[in-house]
Ligand binder design. Structure first.
Ligand code: NGO
Length: 535
């Protein structure tokens, strides 16, 4: 065993002793539902450790490969993945369960359901003993969630890009875990500033560590159009080209092939892409490309400022719906996930009658192409089918429309701007971000509950939470990460962990451990003064 654990990673940065500090079994974000440590049962990953995955499951095998790829750089171990043997086992419900309920010891799991497994696709049970690690889940998504937990249970040095001498100890005991809400999302605005498919992939990698399972892409707005649409080439040639984005500084777009590849990359990490085409407002870029989409057919000027609420599609023109149908058909065909987001926000340039006419024409179109509508909560001013999902984004303490939609059976995504908006400044001194919804440091991002936020929208009406990141002030992936971390872990914990575990002091100490992890991963973050950051 090496005595001097100071070493150099390939970039030359020193990885120091604290990077090998042992972790407690509950030192995880989001905090797991049920944690029972057994300090006598630590497991140490060694030279000869192998990973065994559920027999006959290609998806489980991929999760095993994903785990091995995470562990190989810093450990320097081979960590072969196979179905025969291995001290780290990733098993699916039913694999090799001797007693038929998955429990060797027969003790209760604390959850209803009868078979001893957390319900839902993302639940998992993780046992760490001196002999090895066993993960059991009903579906591969649960194995993937468990892998994120395992990563955090290893010392921070595990995230270094090259070999680190030290002991790879996993704390002993048992975790039974499952999400509180099905939908835990982040939104990235590609319209105000475009980010490439590779940048988005790298962003996904940083999000899944916190069990985020949806990425909403805001693909169109007044300043740009970022997804290629068959039959409408000028949308991206003109409005995805040079000079687009805020200050003309964010050009670019996703080709159909690039988008398809991105969707597949996300799916392999159990992330569903939610594409948004904002309408009937926020459409200046579409109208620049195709003047026939304006009410009078007269060309409009390119806009690169950050005003909102001035553009609108014409609710009374059939051309409008021919265009929308082409776009909806194409986006639906390219997107395997269930949702299509139609925006619907800030339609100040659309009369109330036109707004209603327009939304009522678009709702059946989305259904026609097999998708479930998501829309910003303004959409609730129109009568909606119960399958429609309003996304609440206001600062107000009440919202009649959202409450009415919930009463009518709709599930709601909660993104209150004063808590969940990742584009708000942390403090008055933050160089990036806006402040119209207030300043949001980590405690403000953590200190709310989605089932308590709106009268009429309780636990059973909440589909989940989403943290939107608008890009008016962002110019690079480092900017994106600086606004995302460390606030996103707060939203992720609110979305995943049981309400009873909510505890700011516990959270801020668990969050502190991420400073060396993010440094090792090369992830920029805001060093909030509210957090006692680890070295
Ligand atoms: C609002 C507006 C966006 C802005 C964002 C900036 C919604 C749903 N519409 O949120 O156009 O970019 O604020 O914070």
């Amino acid at each position: 065993m090496p005595t001097d654990r100071r070493s150099k990673n390939p970039e030359g940065a020193a990885v120091s002793e604290p990077a090998f500090q042992r972790r407690g079994l509950g030192d995880v974000i989001p905090v797991p539902a049920d944690v029972r440590p057994d300090p006598a049962a630590d497991f140490t990953i060694g030279e000869g450790t192998a990973i065994r995955t559920a027999p006959g499951s290609a998806a489980a095998r991929r999760v095993g490969e994903h785990l091995a790829a995470l562990l190989r750089p810093a450990t320097g171990y081979a960590l072969p993945v196979g179905e025969e043997t291995g001290a780290i086992a990733l098993l699916l419900d039913g694999d090799g369960r001797a007693d038929g309920n998955g429990y060797a010891d027969g003790d209760p799991d604390g959850f209803a359901g009868g078979d001893g497994f957390p319900d839902g696709d993302e639940g998992y049970r993780l046992e760490i003993s001196a002999a090895g690690v066993t993960v059991r889940a009903a579906a591969p998504a649960g194995l993937f969630a468990a892998v994120q937990t395992l990563r955090q249970l290893l010392p921070a040095a595990i995230d270094a890009p090259g070999p680190q001498p030290g002991d790879w100890v996993l704390p002993g005991g048992r975790i039974v875990d499952r999400p509180r809400f099905a939908y835990r999302g982040v939104m990235l605005d590609l319209a105000r500033h475009f980010f490439t498919a590779d940048e988005i992939k790298s962003y996904i990698d940083s999000l899944v560590q916190f069990k985020i399972n949806h990425l909403h892409l805001h693909l169109t707005d007044d300043q740009g159009w970022r997804l290629e649409i068959d039959g409408w080439p000028r949308l991206t040639e003109v409005s995805g080209g040079a000079g687009t984005g805020v200050d003309g500084a964010g050009p670019g777009y996703l080709t159909r092939a690039g988008y398809t590849d991105l969707v597949a990359y996300a799916a392999e990490r159990f992330v569903t892409i939610v594409p948004e085409i904002d309408m009937p407002g926020h459409v200046n870029a579409a109208q620049v490309a195709y003047p026939e989409l304006t009410a009078d057919g007269v060309a409009v000027a390119v806009r690169t400022d950050i005003e909102v609420g001035y553009s609108s599609l014409a609710a009374g023109k059939e051309e409008t719906y021919a265009f929308i149908e082409d776009v909806v058909r194409e986006v639906a065909a390219l997107t395997p996930g269930p949702y299509l987001h139609i925006g619907g926000d800030e339609a100040q340039a659309t009369t109330a009658d036109d707004y209603r006419t327009f939304i009522q024409r678009v709702l059946p179109l989305v259904a026609k192409y097999g998708k479930r509508v998501v829309g910003w909560h303004e959409m609730t001013g129109v009568e909606l089918p119960e399958t429609a999902v309003p996304q609440f984004w206001a600062v107000a303490a009440t919202d009649e429309g959202t409450a009415r939609a919930a009463a009518n059976g709709s599930k709601v995504i909660m993104s209150p701007a004063d808590r969940a908006y990742l584009d708000m400044k942390y403090t008055a001194a933050s160089p990036l971000g806006l402040d119209w919804a207030g300043l949001i440091d980590v405690e403000q991002a953590y200190g709310w509950d989605p089932a308590d936020r709106l009268p009429g929208v309780g636990e059973e009406h909440v589909l989940g939470v989403e943290a939107p990141l608008w890009s008016e002030t962002l110019r690079s992936l480092a900017d994106v990460r600086t606004m995302t971390f460390p606030r996103l872990p707060a939203v992720a914990e609110i979305g995943w962990s049981p309400r009873a575990t909510h505890d700011w002091q516990s959270f801020r100490h668990r969050l502190a451990a991420f400073a060396p992890r993010w440094r090792n991963q090369g992830i920029a973050f805001h060093p909030s003064s509210e957090i006692p950051w680890a070295e």
